[in-house]
Design a protein around this ligand. Structure first.
Ligand SMILES: *Cc1c(COP(=O)(O)O)cnc(C)c1O
Length: 427
């Protein structure tokens, strides 16, 4: 291996890494550049990216169409505040998102990260009721759920299994239940909601796939049941599509379309700019939006991240939406799923493997117990693939541009890494 780059050697003790025990963690891999499916490391090695930089780079790295759009924007207006000023890319993007989302999900509030988009969704839902003189500020949320790392979003994550369990008792109090999976669950949940009548603002859920909670899937039935319950009890339904939205599931751009359910509020981020720049959006229905219209200034949504609607981010997002229109991303997403289904199946019978599952362009190998993340990750890197297992799963969420060879490469690295581990668990 060649010498570490100077910036790496000198900066390493100063950078505090995400979700990382800094005392024991393996050092991160220095990346020099990236292109398409590939990360090019500082030492010249190339890795196929199997997770799209936390599920974001759906068109691969440095897609020329996005690159050109961001460059153009940089040379005209990189950023301007949205308070009192308007710019073309944010206005075009808002209209496009409103047109793409079903029904009257027409009102877009921009922010700069997924967690903030969820905070805004929660604030919108709670204030919707406060504006009507009702103090309903709690949320019904689900075991296995993940909605972000800030304080309010931590409170709607799984309180026990989640990565925020240490904060239990120190967060906003919510009502946490299992996802309803059949008619009996739906009835039971209705009774529970009744017991919390008058205090719940809404229901928040990751539609169809709980991502950071372990890539756990559920059927459209669950979401339809939640819509019925929300209607019956006058609760607002929030779909956090930050992970699954924008093509990951293949059958449509958004999970709400696949499930045939219209939520009251949707959050988007991750793939919104094609993984190019940080940007997020909270999109509300007409009813929610109108609940803030008033002669009373206090009824306004008092929120406004400094970088909200960043012009380069919006330009990247518009270019990303262009690509969803001009290239067969959904078809590619479905093809990736079919191939993963076939190529990951052999892992099903390996010792220590509890489940193998695929939904859209998400492939998961789940183990009986927590996975040795460093070891599995190293085994994949040895085979030229970047993957980052967590909890009890090794998973892939590849860029949707992945070719058959890329998927074969990723899947074989996954299966071989698991075989190697199962043959010598203690190594
Ligand atoms: C990643 C994620 C978030 C948080 O987004 P950040 O940009 O990391 O703050 C929220 N909800 C879901 C479903 C996510 O996958």
């Amino acid at each position: 291996m060649t010498r570490e780059p100077d910036w790496y050697a000198s900066g390493r003790r100063h950078v505090w890494l995400p979700y990382t025990q800094m005392q024991t963690a393996r050092p991160p891999l220095p990346v020099a550049s990236a292109s398409g499916m590939r990360l090019i490391l500082a030492d010249g090695r190339e890795l196929v990216d199997g997770i799209s930089s936390w599920w974001a780079t759906v068109h691969g790295y440095r897609h020329p169409h996005i690159e050109a759009a961001v460059q153009r924007q940089l040379q005209t207006l990189p950023h301007v505040m949205l308070g009192g000023l308007a710019h073309e890319q944010a206005y075009i993007l808002a209209e496009r998102l409103a047109n793409l989302l079903p029904g009257d999900l027409d009102h877009v509030f921009f922010s700069d990260s997924g967690s903030v988009a969820v905070e805004v969704a929660m604030k919108m839902a709670a204030q919707f009721w406060l504006n009507r003189g009702q103090r309903r500020v709690k949320f019904l949320c689900f075991r296995g759920g993940y909605h972000g790392d800030t304080f309010a979003t931590m409170s709607v994550c799984d309180p026990d299994e989640g990565m925020h369990s240490l904060f239990k008792g120190a967060l906003l109090e919510q009502v946490v239940v299992d996802l309803p999976r059949d008619a009996a669950d739906e009835i039971a949940l209705g009774e529970l909601i009744n017991r919390h009548r008058g205090e719940l603002a809404g229901i928040i859920v990751e539609p169809l796939v709980q991502g950071a909670g372990g890539m756990v899937f559920h059927d459209p039935f669950t979401l339809q049941a939640l819509r019925r319950l929300a209607d019956a009890h006058d609760l607002l339904l929030i779909f956090d599509e930050i992970f699954v939205g924008l093509g990951r599931l293949g059958d449509a751009l958004f999970a709400c379309q696949i499930a045939g359910v219209q939520p009251d509020i949707v959050t988007l981020s991750k793939a919104l700019t094609g993984g190019t720049l940080p940007l997020a959006a909270t999109i509300a229905s007409a009813r929610i939006y109108e609940g803030f219209l008033s002669d009373d200034p206090l009824h306004a949504l008092m929120h406004g991240p400094t970088y909200m609607g960043n012009a380069m981010g919006c330009a990247a997002a518009n270019a990303s939406l262009d690509l969803f229109e001009s290239e067969p991303r959904l078809e590619q997403s479905r093809a990736i799923g079919k191939q993963l289904e076939r190529l990951l199946a052999p892992a099903r019978t390996l010792p220590g493997v509890r489940d193998v599952r695929v939904r859209g362009a998400i492939g998961v190998i789940q183990f009986d117990s927590p996975a040795p993340a460093d070891r599995l990750s190293a085994a994949c890197i040895e085979r030229g693939v970047w993957l980052r297992p967590f909890r009890d799963i090794l998973y892939t969420t590849p860029p949707l541009i992945a070719g058959e060879e890329d998927i074969a490469h990723i899947a074989s690295a996954m299966v071989e890494a698991v075989i190697e581990w199962s043959q010598n668990p203690q190594a």
